[in-house]
Design a protein around this ligand. Structure first.
Ligand code: SF4
Length: 112
């Protein structure tokens, strides 16, 4: 499994399927949630943002495209329509992972 897929799998399980997603690089800076609150929300238990609702209106798309550029971690990805959301389900919570899943997860350089 390549790094891109591993990062994709680090999305929050509640992420709305679609073009955009927040991958495992998120550092919880709050910029996306401040600028596009109708799209982004916070997972308090994991301390990361995720896309609760894909953008629908022209204004939402414009705002998300801007936030993609502003995210200092480049954690907001726009290639979600090219990825198979069902074939690559999100990781479980770290505490619930099997040893091999933890190895995969840790390969990204961030434990949790
Ligand atoms: S702007 Fe990027 S790093 Fe900051 S909370 Fe949003 S996704 Fe995470």
């Amino acid at each position: 499994m390549n790094l891109k897929i591993l990062e994709f799998r680090k999305r929050n399980p509640l992420s709305a399927k679609g073009k955009f997603y927040v991958d495992g690089q998120c550092q919880d800076c709050d910029v996306c949630r401040e600028l596009a609150p109708s799209v982004f929300t916070r997972c308090d238990s994991e301390g990361i943002s995720y896309i609760a609702k894909q953008p629908v209106t022209k204004e939402e798309f414009q705002m998300v495209e801007e936030v993609v550029e502003m995210c200092s971690e480049q954690a907001i990805r726009s290639d979600g329509l090219k990825l198979d959301w069902d074939a690559h389900p999100p990781f479980k919570r770290y505490e619930e992972m099997s040893p091999s899943e933890k190895d995969e997860y840790n390969a990204l350089g961030r434990k949790n």
